[in-house]
Design a protein around this ligand. Structure first.
Ligand code: ADP
Ligand code: MG
Ligand code: MG
Length: 893
């Protein structure tokens, strides 16, 4: 195995081995761009070091060989006293982990070579500035000295001199500072700052390896779901100097605006500075455009290089560069991060420029970005100031824009929201006890915890706005107040606004506007209406690419005409799940009570007879909204007690009445029925097809309502396409019995109305037994719809309502789940059942229609899975439809 690659040997596709930084340094080198020569130590070497605690035996010699070659090329040796070669030792993992790991500049400087460097550059100050930077960075990252000690010494030196920036220190001051820094190192570590150049380099390489496993790096990886065993590569890069005077400097740039996607000059430049000064904000940078006036030649060259990079990577790139005495050097590039809006704009811009195809454009965006664009947002035309000011900035944990009164406990959140107030629940961190408050609140704000904290996980699950880990905010739940930097105090009841897409926290009420993207999907805005901003236009075009290539159809879960119409505007190609239980609520509850209490056939028929016309009217509306498109109606699924009074309330009522001696007959019977229907485990009790089998006439009534509604629509010369779906089937016998009855009812309606209805009858596959016997079930089913919510519950053996708040956070933290199996389909378990049941069903009945109607139907990763399995459609809530369309397109592209 080869552990070291020269920059000339690698390329951009070797990120696994060389890390992102190393792979791209190699790519730029091979493109002929001005990159200071150097080499990369592989992630393999790092992994071996981390596993065994020692560098691989072959590494030292390989590094020596590459260092020799580098020294040959540069015509000087590392740390050579009269003319030292200096290098940087830079971390660089496969995925960028900003600020998580270490880099040391100016390796090779020592008490001896600092003079050589000064002589060569004819610049004393520069040499001592470089040396003090080395001792500072090396002391901190390699030798583990508290960085503040160096900062304090630097501040003290500036104060003594009356200098307001490091530029005010001269060579003598910096020489003294190096002395002070070295003293700090000895005092803190008991060791001298190492003078031997190769030892400096080896120690720095090891420190970079070690930085893979710092706590903050581990935490970041957990949050970003970066695997923990990738290791980092180490880049050894010959130094170029931006701190040689005003004709030198360092900067960062983007090939286009990462916030809007617009082309232009975006970046920052800092004269007479080295590396990290730009980001560290030590001095004020100037906009990149100013470089044109400072050094036109370098500026023009930089613009040309940025063009080359964009054409080569066919994407937005960000770069780091340094100018050494008028000479431009490229130090880093990568495909840059961007906002969701910019992602859509850039994708279509690149298509227009002929750089990428439409299929590639689909890979440049994703459903998560689209859903981010669909949340209502704060009106960014309202400037901060006046009533509104930003008081903090936490982790953007769950997108959305929420405004409400500050409350500091769950109880108050619930109480105030019941009385019609909008509240933001503020906690240091949340735990399962806060659940009610979280449900009641518009948004959740915590000062502790990251993207996988309880607050974040639960909020995302509920689709609720959440900002977490806003550490500068001090939450005092006892005194019900929050203190922000600058002493701003927020008391219970004060209005605050939180932005879950940016993590920003405001005092006051920031106005909220609907997302233009939703306005567009709703048909309230034209694709061309936002010339200036171009976002809607870009979304419109990307959606068209997706619709053109996708194979999966997208349906909606919708129970009423209003949802159905919205779903249709959002692009739904039918209804995949209409839950009929919602048609049994409200004032119709009473009819359900009558049905449950019925002692005789006549009473039962009367109760059903009352429900029939109501159900029929519901279906007529629904078929009208979805005319010409399939509508899958699920027969009654939930346990009956859900329609009856609460057992405790009713018991109390009856007991009170009895004590007054006026108990009413009906209540007594109802209480009896409620007792009878009471279940320990309703999820696994009398529900779904089981109801249809034990309550005579119930399913027949529902089928009749569907059939009569369809006949009604046909008579109106319309095109109803109803499909009847039987829930919770475990064996083909259940389905056969229900089917026989349904066929009989449909035939009756056909005969009575003189219409041919062609109603398909199918079933949900949501129990393991159904999935396992799918081949048999397909004999009696014209379609399957995978109910992945129940299937997940029954395959795992846990109930969603009970576990999400209790142990899921722990499971996520322990890494047992990467993500909740209710959010993204568990491919290995639940998914493999879906796959085999689909295959078995199709083996029995080749034209079996296959769909899915769980929450997973709108989850990006799950959509890709269902595409791979070969389903015909996914069905999801209306709001998720655009995301499902996009992801289905991405899966097929
Ligand atoms: P990060 O990954 O944190 O950006 P880098 O390894 O890119 O760390 O280095 C930190 C800073 O030092 C960057 O500004 C980079 O441009 C600069 N830098 C790194 N190597 C060199 C070098 N050989 N010459 C000059 N500047 C360098
Ligand atoms: Mg960098
Ligand atoms: Mg179900």
């Amino acid at each position: 195995r080869k552990f070291v690659y020269d920059f000339t040997e690698g390329n951009k596709d070797l990120k696994d081995l060389l890390g992102g930084k190393g792979a791209n340094l190699a790519e730029m080198t091979n493109l002929g761009l001005p990159v200071p020569p150097g080499f990369t130590i592989t992630t393999e070497a790092c992994k071996e070091y981390l596993e065994s605690g020692a560098e691989p035996a072959a590494l030292r010699d390989e590094v020596s060989a590459h260092l020799d070659a580098l020294e040959q090329q540069m015509g000087k040796r590392l740390g050579q006293a009269d003319d030292p070669l200096l290098v940087s030792v830079r971390s660089g993992a496969k995925f960028s982990m900003p600020g998580m790991m270490d880099t040391v500049l100016n390796i090779g400087l020592s008490d001896a070579s600092v003079n050589g460097l000064a002589a060569q550059a004819d610049n004393e100050r520069f040499a001592w500035d470089s040396y003090r930077r080395l001792v500072q960075m090396f002391g901190k990252t390699v030798m583990g000295v508290d960085g503040d000690l160096f900062e304090e010494a630097l501040e003290a030196a500036k104060r003594a001199k009356g200098a307001d920036s490091d530029l005010g220190l001269d060579a003598a001051d910096l020489r003294q500072l190096v002395e002070d820094f070295k003293q700090i190192v000895v005092k803190e570590t008991g060791r001298d700052f190492p003078q031997e150049p190769r030892e400096q380099m080896d120690l720095a390489v090891r420190a970079v390896f070690d930085s893979w496993n710092t706590e903050r790096a581990k935490l970041y990886r957990r949050q970003e779901r970066i695997p923990g065993d990738l290791g980092t590569a180490v880049n050894v890069c010959s130094m170029v100097f931006g701190n040689l005077g005003p004709d030198s400097g360092t900067g960062v740039a983007f090939t286009r605006d990462p916030a809007s996607g617009a082309q232009g000059t975006y970046g920052d430049y800092l004269q007479d500075a080295q590396g990290e000064d730009v980001v560290a904000g030590i001095r004020n940078t100037v906009p990149l455009a100013d470089l044109e006036g400072i050094d036109k030649t370098s500026y023009d060259q930089l613009m040309a290089i940025m063009q080359t990079l964009e054409t080569h990577y066919r994407d937005l790139c960000d770069i780091e560069f340094t100018i050494e005495r008028g000479h431009l050097w490229m130090l880093q590039t990568r495909v840059g991060k961007r906002t969701a809006a910019a992602a859509f704009r850039i994708a279509t811009q690149l298509v227009d420029q002929g750089l990428i195809t439409e299929a590639e454009a689909l890979q440049r965006v994703n459903g998560a970005q689209l859903s981010q664009l669909m949340f209502p947002r704060f009106d960014d035309t309202v400037a901060e100031g006046g009533e509104v000011r930003r008081i903090g900035w936490g982790i953007a944990a769950s997108p959305g824009a929420a405004v409400g009164k500050a409350v500091f406990d769950s109880y108050t959140a619930v109480k105030w929201s019941r009385s019609g107030e909008q509240v933001i629940l503020i906690r240091r961190e949340t735990n399962p006890d806060d659940l009610n408050g979280m449900i009641a609140a518009e948004g959740i704000l915590t000062s502790r915890g990251g993207k996988t904290s309880h607050a974040a996980v639960v909020a995302r699950g509920m689709g609720k706005t959440c900002v977490c880990g806003a550490e500068e905010l001090e939450v005092d739940t006892k005194r019900r107040r929050l203190t922000a930097p600058g002493g701003v105090v927020i008391e219970e009841g004060d209005l605050i606004s939180i932005d879950g897409s940016t993590g920003k926290v405001y005092l006051g009420e920031v106005p909220v506007v609907p997302s233009p993207v939703v306005e567009y999907f709703e048909g309230r805005m034209h694709a061309g209406a936002d010339e200036a901003d171009g976002l809607v236009q870009a979304v419109h075009r990307v959606m068209a690419y997706a619709d053109r290539v996708r194979r999966l159809r997208v349906r909606a879960n919708a129970d009423n005409a209003e949802d159905a119409s919205r779903a249709r505007r959002f692009g739904a190609q039918g209804i995949g799940l209409c839950r009929t239980e919602h048609m049994f609520l409200g004032e119709r509850r009473e009819m359900v009570e009558r049905l449950v209490l019925a002692d005789t056939d006549a009473e039962r028929e009367e109760a059903l007879g009352a429900l029939l016309p109501l159900q029929k009217a519901d279906f007529i509306e629904l078929f009208e909204a979805m005319d010409g498109l399939p509508v899958t109606v699920r027969l009654l699924d939930p346990p009956l007690h859900e329609f009856l009074p609460d057992i405790t309330e009713l018991s109390v009522r009856v007991a009170l009445a009895e004590s007054r001696n006026d108990a009413n007959e009906n209540d007594l019977r109802l209480l009896q029925a409620v007792h009878k229907l009471h279940e320990q485990n309703p999820m696994l009790g009398l529900r779904g097809v089981r109801l249809g089998l034990v309550i005579p006439g119930l399913f027949a009534m529902q089928v009749r309502a569907i059939a009569e509604a369809a006949a009604h629509r046909k008579a109106a010369k319309c095109d109803p396409r109803a499909e009847i779906m039987i829930p919770l089937v475990g064996t083909v016998q259940e389905l056969e019995i229900v089917r026989e009855e349904a066929d009989r009812v449909i035939a009756e309606v056909e005969a009575a109305t003189g219409t041919r209805l062609r109603l398909a009858i199918g079933t949900m596959i949501e129990l393991p037994r159904a999935a396992l016997t799918a081949g048999q079930i397909a004999e009696a089913a014209e379609f399957f719809s995978f109910g992945t919510n129940d299937l997940t519950q029954t395959v795992w053996g846990f109930s969603r309502d009970d576990v999400e708040a209790s142990f899921f956070t722990a499971y996520l933290e322990k890494g047992i789940f990467g993500v909740s199996p209710f959010e993204t389909i568990d491919k290995d378990g639940v998914g493999s059942l879906v796959r085999s049941a689909a295959a078995a069903g199709r083996a029995t009945r080749p034209d079996l229609k296959l769909g899915i109607c769980g929450e997973h139907g709108g989850d990006p990763e799950s959509v890709h899975f269902f595409h791979d399995v070969g389903l015909d459609y996914v069905s999801c809530s209306p709001f998720r439809i655009p995301v499902a369309r996009l992801e289905a397109g991405r899966a097929a592209a």
